[in-house]
Design a protein around this ligand. Structure first.
Ligand SMILES: [Zn+2]
Length: 69
């Protein structure tokens, strides 16, 4: 096993998006999204803050969404 593939932000090159970052891309943008964004870029994209993005992750987690850890 290679330990899973690493996914980097397609926009700023931020390395190693976490499972939660990836889940948020899928949840908010598209389930089959190919160009993933890091939290910083997503916050910019949605004109919000990284803190808000983290809160969203927590909310989806509480809903039991399988895309999040
Ligand atoms: Zn980025």
């Amino acid at each position: 096993m290679s330990g899973g593939k690493q996914i980097d932000c397609a926009y700023c090159g931020n390395e190693k998006l976490s499972k939660n970052d990836i889940g948020l891309n899928k949840k908010l943008i598209h389930p089959q999204i190919e160009r993933m964004m890091c939290l910083t870029c997503m916050a910019e994209y949605f004109e919000t803050t990284e803190e808000d993005m983290k809160e969203l992750i927590e909310r989806f987690k509480r809903q039991g969404c399988a895309l999040f850890l």
